[in-house]
Design a protein around this ligand. Structure first.
Ligand code: APR
Ligand code: ZN
Length: 361
């Protein structure tokens, strides 16, 4: 049985450790991928801390790119040597959602994380984070979770397409459908929010108000397309409305995942505006909306999963924007690390520092 080193969390709240994991024989429909690069996303942190429920123990990482080294029986559309981007939400293409234009809401995609991915040295079965398990030298994923991409893109940049960029740019383009000349507030400037800032610029937004408590993010946010930068305060939504003609922004994109920031996103939009919630928060963190304000302001509050995207079509589009110099991926990579540094990178993320840490294998 092949073994691989992987970043494992044994139970919610326990420290993340690099452990040796034995991978089972490659089953039908599965693909073995040698990882090239993987990004550290806030969802990895939420999963490790228990904020997001997930089968445990788990191998973390769900944003990555690598090379196919083996294909299981029945896999016809991938070959050894292919460069693949991993998709943590692979559509089955046959459920109600998949056949009604909503592959990102696939009813069967979540099953992938319940799969037994490998076995720890003490015999315990381990599950793949969101079906992907990207923080491993080698991972095994369903063929449907692989999007073949050209081999010439730096892996640390390509990896970002797998979660942060698909999610952030997709939220703006697919879910909010920002139009040229509109105003957009992006709350939270991690990998996802900084991608949303770029999405707003690409959509032709005239005003992009970027919000984050970490002031060092201002320069990067402005270089990616923000026209304004604010640090949050109790009256954040009033300050955003003041910037947007006193009326409020057309769109707010929430990329933190907290009730307070969702509330701010809702309150800073104009009458008839739309707040799009991208951040994944805790089930215990609740939001209050009163019965008058909902009809009175005629706003829309919508959730957005995986950028409402279909990686099969959105990834090629994003790659074209990248090739045309419109989409900046390299600026989102704040540092590259080794697999051993994953626990440290999760701590950095907790502190809100940097854009994205990328594991290079
Ligand atoms: N207001 C604005 N920004 C905030 C606030 C706040 N009150 N609190 C924290 N932030 C900022 C942090 O400083 C950080 O820059 O939000 C950002 C979150 O970024 P990351 O931790 O890098 O998270 P990211 O990977 O971008 O994911 C964002 O989207 O997919 C979900 O689960 C993911 O909920 C997470 C969110
Ligand atoms: Zn993610």
């Amino acid at each position: 049985m092949p073994t691989t080193l992987a970043a494992v969390v044994r139970a919610p709240g326990e420290p993340v450790r690099i452990e040796e994991v034995a991978l089972p024989e490659l089953g039908p429909g599965l693909v073995r991928v040698r990882m090239a690069a993987a990004g550290v996303c806030h969802s990895d942190l939420s999963l490790a801390s228990g904020k997001l429920a997930h089968p445990m123990p788990a191998v973390l990482g769900h944003e990555g790119v690598g090379h196919v080294v083996d294909v299981g029986a029945g896999v016809s559309d991938l070959s050894v040597g292919d460069t693949v981007l991993l998709n943590w939400n692979p559509p089955c293409r046959s459920c109600w959602h998949c056949t009604h234009g909503e592959p990102y809401l696939c009813a069967n995609a979540a099953d992938a994380s319940r799969r037994v991915w490998g076995t720890l040295a003490d015999g315990t079965d381990v599950h793949p984070c969101l079906g992907v398990a990207a923080f491993a030298q080698e991972t095994v994923v369903p063929a449907s979770a692989c999007v073949a991409i050209p081999a010439d893109i730096p892996p640390t940049e390509a990896a970002l397409l797998g979660c942060a960029v698909l999610t952030g740019v997709g939220a703006v383009r697919n879910a909010a459908q920002v139009r040229p000349g509109q105003s957009v507030a992006v709350i939270g400037l991690g990998g996802v929010g900084l991608a949303a800032v770029q999405g707003a610029r690409l959509a032709g937004a005239a005003m992009v108000i970027a919000v984050d408590p970490v002031e060092e993010k201002e320069e990067l946010a402005r270089s990616l397309g923000a026209t304004h930068f604010l640090t949050p305060s109790d009256d954040l939504s009033r300050r955003i409305r003041a910037l947007a003609d006193g009326r409020g922004v057309d769109h707010a994109i929430e990329c933190v995942g907290r009730a307070a920031t969702i509330r701010a996103a809702w309150s800073c939009t104009r009458r008839g505006g739309t707040a799009t919630v991208v951040g994944f928060g805790a089930a215990t963190d609740t939001l209050t909306l009163n019965a008058l304000e909902i009809p009175h302001f005629a706003r829309t509050l919508q959730g957005c999963l995986y950028g409402s995207s279909d990686p099969a079509t959105d990834v090629p589009e994003l790659l074209k924007l990248y090739r045309d110099g419109e989409l900046d991926l390299s600026s989102l990579v704040s540092r590259t690390i080794g697999l051993d540094d994953v626990p440290d990178a999760l701590a950095e993320l907790h502190a809100g520092r940097g854009a994205r840490s990328l594991v290079e294998f």
